[in-house]
Design a protein around this ligand. Structure first.
Ligand SMILES: *Cc1c(COP(=O)(O)O)cnc(C)c1O
Length: 396
């Protein structure tokens, strides 16, 4: 193995959960889709629940079932499923599903009816994404069908869901329109469904951005109603696209130096000789490449943090490795190169890598390859109570 390691600090997950709790009266749904943005779904979910989240959110029913298999009992919502998804398993395992079309609604209702159970559904309206929410033109008929199936006992409409396309920019004019559409969809739904459904529209950006009192956009910003639940993914793992400072990155990635060589000025490095060293220096080899999640597009811009200082990547990113310019003082074989982390020691952050490669921090943290080892640091914190602390006490 190359030694490349992603370390996830569950203490940061717990603190981020509490930071979100502190800025909203709504219940917090910890969104742990895509293996909790690459941080480990079960660990992140358990930590967030212990720290005050009360819901879990995932994309597919399969992701939700994996959480149930791990013994997690909290309410879970799954919102993006194919037409032949395991609806029956969702119903049996008390997994809520968001539906946005008649076909999806009828599929889950049929599975529930066969099992003589009631499916818990959230009706998902499009509030400007043109993605998985139901187009407004179909909303009335979706609500009416849901009411009919509710009457038949096959479904219970427990939630209304929307999603904001432009919450990253609080001053964007689309926000007000989304908020209006969601409110209108709520009025229509209430005319049909039996009980007042829980409403959820806001994700990390709307909650953190709205919380930033010193936001330069505050005057023109649309107040996004937090409703009953806020769905929080990015903020949970410390992705803070708007730089609010309310949350901290939970993941650090690094790898040991494999070898060090002295080279003279004029030495070309790597494929295509795309870079030629301009002075005598030491090159360090690190066994992480684009197959491990180092974006090839970051070549020529990115640096790692080695021996307490930035060491730029020189030449192209290879599939399995990068070469960095370690300068005149040679590092030692085995010295730790930090690829990214919270940034507290001067190391690059996932946001830096995103900038260097023209993408999002989300893409960086979810993009680590299978060869990167995963280490999880427990949240050694009172809120984690229960089994974990007893376990620790029994060992000491
Ligand atoms: C991913 C996702 C979320 C979480 O969004 P963050 O910005 O990561 O907090 C919420 N709702 C939906 C529909 C999503 O796809």
């Amino acid at each position: 193995m190359s030694g490349a390691t992603a370390t996830v600090d569950l203490g940061a997950i717990a603190r981020n959960t509490r930071a979100v709790r502190a800025v909203t009266p709504a219940a917090v749904m910890a969104v742990v889709k895509a293996d909790a943005f690459g941080h480990g779904a079960v660990d992140v979910a358990s930590t967030a629940l212990a720290a005050g989240a009360s819901w879990l959110g995932v994309t597919s029913i399969e992701e939700a079932l994996a959480l149930r298999d791990a013994g997690i009992d909290a309410p879970i919502l799954s919102w993006l499923n194919r037409i032949d998804a395991p609806w029956a398993d969702a119903v049996a395992q008390r997994i809520d599903v968001a539906v946005a079309s008649l076909e999806q609604l009828e599929a889950v209702a049929a599975a529930a009816a066969r099992a003589h159970r009631t499916a818990r559904v959230h009706l998902h309206v499009d509030t400007g994404m043109a993605r998985e929410g139901a187009p407004m033109a179909t909303w009335d008929s979706l609500c009416s069908a849901a009411a009919r199936l509710e009457h038949a006992g096959a479904v219970a409409v427990v939630g209304l869901m929307g999603h904001l396309p432009c919450a990253d920019d609080p001053a964007h004019q689309a926000n007000a329109r989304s908020v209006e559409q969601f409110a209108l969809a709520g009025v229509i739904a209430r005319a049909y469904v039996r009980n007042a459904p829980m409403r959820h529209l806001a994700a990390s950006a709307a909650v953190l951005g709205g919380a930033a009192d010193d936001s330069p956009h505050r005057e023109s910003a649309t107040r996004v109603p937090h409703g009953d639940i806020v769905r929080i993914g990015a903020a949970l793992v410390g992705i803070d696209s708007q730089g609010t400072g309310h949350v901290e990155a939970a993941m650090s990635v690094g790898a040991p130096v494999i070898s060090v060589r002295h080279v003279d000025a004029g030495t070309p490095v790597g494929y295509g000789h795309s870079h030629v060293m301009s002075s005598d220096t030491h090159l360090a080899l690190i066994a992480m490449g684009y197959a491990d999640g180092i974006p090839a597009a970051a070549a020529g811009k990115a640096h790692v943090f080695l021996a307490g200082r930035p060491a730029p990547i020189v030449g192209r990113v290879s599939m399995d490795s990068i070469v960095v310019d370690a300068g005149t003082t040679p590092p030692r074989v085995g010295d730790w190169a930090t690829i990214f982390g919270p940034g507290r020691l001067g190391e690059p952050t996932a946001a830096d890598w995103a900038r260097w490669s023209g993408t999002l921090a989300h893409d960086i943290v979810t993009g680590l390859g299978a060869r990167v080892a995963r280490v999880t640091l427990p949240a050694d914190d009172v809120s984690l109570g229960g089994a974990r602390r007893e376990h620790a006490a029994a060992r000491s």
